[in-house]
Design a protein around this ligand. Structure first.
Ligand code: IDP
Ligand code: MG
Length: 147
């Protein structure tokens, strides 16, 4: 089983889309194993997005991510990283396919609603930015035999 970080950006919370967005991952069949609402520190934001240090959108991105509460979650399942990226859609919501979360609810790249890890390695690193190991809950779910 693979785990991935799904992180709802401040505008998803402001727009009251938390339940709507998290339900996409649940309905697909992924298992929620960690969840919390937090105010992201500048250090955490920098750590999460360190691959983008130096790009012109880096500082505005940090300003946005630290502008209000966010919701951080970990979903688990076979191929969870790729499945979540598929559900999230293109980075630019204006070209993301309808049916994806960004395609259905977003307009601009900066305010594209959420983050999902882009590889197994990124997921291992990014989950640690927000969660201690004991905050991630292992449990069996009665739906597993039906997926
Ligand atoms: P991803 O979120 O689809 O993985 P990345 O290329 O990793 O996309 O970029 C990280 C985040 O940085 C994006 O989700 C978006 O919020 C922001 N971003 C990326 N490219 C641009 C841009 O060209 N202008 C403004 N913000 C951008
Ligand atoms: Mg990325």
């Amino acid at each position: 089983m693979q785990r991935t970080l799904v992180f709802l950006k401040p505008n998803a919370i402001q727009r009251r889309l938390v339940g709507t967005i998290l339900s996409r991952f649940e309905q697909k069949g992924l298992k929620l194993v960690a969840l919390k609402m937090v105010s992201v520190t500048l250090e955490q934001a920098r750590d999460l997005y360190k691959e983008h240090i130096g790009k012109e959108f880096f500082n505005p991105l940090l300003d946005f991510i630290t502008s209000g509460p966010v919701v951080a979650s970990v979903f688990e399942g076979l191929n969870a990283v790729q499945i979540c990226r598929n559900l999230v859609g293109n980075t630019d919501p204006s070209i993301a396919s309808p049916g994806t979360i960004r395609g259905d609810y977003g307009i601009t790249v900066r305010k594209n609603l959420l983050h999902a890890s882009d590889s197994h390695e990124s997921a291992l690193r990014e989950i640690k930015v927000f969660f201690d190991e004991e905050e991630i809950i292992s449990y069996s779910s009665c739906t597993e035999e039906h997926l």
